[in-house]
Design a protein around this ligand. Structure first.
Ligand code: NAD
Length: 350
């Protein structure tokens, strides 16, 4: 039976597991709260279901508890940081706090963060920036397993490389666009495989590079020991965005790009390029506010298409999910809960 739990109880349980795995009480609480917020936001693939992977990564030495972001270079508008394989939920927030302070002081900041362990939901960082009235853009690469195929290619060569843009909107909730550049999340294919379901056509290729709807091709090794791959969203355009994330998030930041065969290590390393702009310092504040509002009003006047709920703006689905799940609690499926309990046992948490 799926298990429904309040966000407070879930946060406490996850924090206890992370503390048993070596995190300080403060770090355990920060990471747990971030993961639970991802569940609340409707992104279960980036929520507490990651805990088993984090515990394994700590035990393998690929994720370093109680590690802070290190400042490599700080010229005010340029900030180069090394996450030193610390929890992304910690070093990512430290990096954003520094970048936001520099953008407030100078009008803009270009911040690179290398070697962060899994940063989770990138929208979390854009939400930090828009809450301070800043525009925020993020390009991220993922070093874990090459699960996404290049356009025209026949096997996985890079990760689900997320991209995120946050824009504060005067007098209304912000625009927060936050997406993986793969057609679907790898985690969703694992769930579909476990449930015996098929994937949408155009989502996957098998280990021979042929189109398939079998989600198992990216979950279990196929007959020749190879995996299939996910496809990027938006054909050649989405593929181009994924490559941009690898070049900017991986190469430009110094975090590293993917160019080796898959291994079985459990760590997930993210590199992130962040560009922060303070609209109040650009000299366009009045027209920015007016034009953004006029455009969003115009968008919302579009009549709902047949069989559609009508026009929404990026960020709204997450806010709606939060409002609903804060009331109803968070439902965790059997498999995920069993894996979390196994992780608790491995970490030595009662
Ligand atoms: P998704 O497809 O659910 O949503 C993507 C975006 O679309 C969101 O901004 C959402 O607000 C918006 N959206 C959804 N429905 C909409 C609608 N009807 N109208 C307008 N906008 C709408 O997201 P995804 O691609 O599955 O990514 C999920 C999460 O995974 C993201 O938070 C991403 O940052 C995270 N992620 C992280 C990593 C990592 O390595 N750290 C890797 C990949 C993805």
């Amino acid at each position: 039976m799926p298990y429904t739990v309040s966000s407070a109880d879930l946060t406490a349980r996850v924090a206890a597991i992370l503390a048993a795995a070596g995190s300080s009480a403060e770090e355990a609480q920060t990471v747990a709260a971030n993961l639970v917020l991802a569940n609340l936001s409707g992104h279960d693939s980036h929520g507490v279901g990651m805990v088993p992977r984090y515990v394994d990564a700590v035990l393998e030495g690929g994720l370093k508890p109680n590690t802070a972001a290190r400042v490599v270079l700080d010229t005010g508008t340029l900030l180069t940081l090394d996450g030193q394989r610390g929890y992304g939920q910690v070093v990512g927030v430290q990096a954003m706090a520094l970048g936001i302070a520099r953008a407030k002081a100078h009008g803009s900041c270009i911040m690179t963060l290398a070697n962060a362990h899994h940063l989770g939901r990138i929208g979390h960082f854009a939400e930090m920036a828009v809450a301070q009235g800043l525009v925020s853009m993020h390009f991220v690469n993922v070093l874990s397993r090459p699960v996404v195929a290049p356009y025209g290619g026949g096997d996985g060569r890079f990760g689900t490389n997320p991209c995120c843009i946050g824009v504060p909107l005067a007098g209304s909730d912000p625009f927060v666009l936050d997406f993986a550049t793969s057609r679907v999340a790898q985690g969703k294919m694992r769930v579909a495989h476990n449930e015996g379901k098929r994937a949408e056509p155009g989502t996957l290729i098998d280990e021979h590079g042929r189109p398939t709807t079998d989600p198992g091709v990216v979950v279990v090794p196929q007959s020749n020991g190879l995996f299939g791959a996910l496809m990027a969203f938006g054909e050649h355009k989405g593929y181009g965005m994924a490559v941009a994330c690898e070049l900017l998030g991986g190469a430009l930041t110094g975090s590293g790009t993917w160019h080796r065969p898959a291994d079985n290590t459990r760590a997930v390393i993210n590199g992130m390029l962040t560009i922060l702009i303070d609209p109040a310092r650009l000299g366009t504040q009045a027209s920015f506010e007016q034009e953004a509002k006029a455009f969003v009003d115009w968008l919302r006047q579009s009549p709902a298409a047949p069989d559609s709920d009508g026009v929404r703006l990026a960020g709204e689905p997450e806010r709606e999910a939060r409002a609903a799940r804060v009331q109803a609690g968070i439902t965790i499926d059997d498999q995920t809960w069993a894996e979390i309990e196994q992780a608790a046992a491995k970490a030595g948490s009662a």
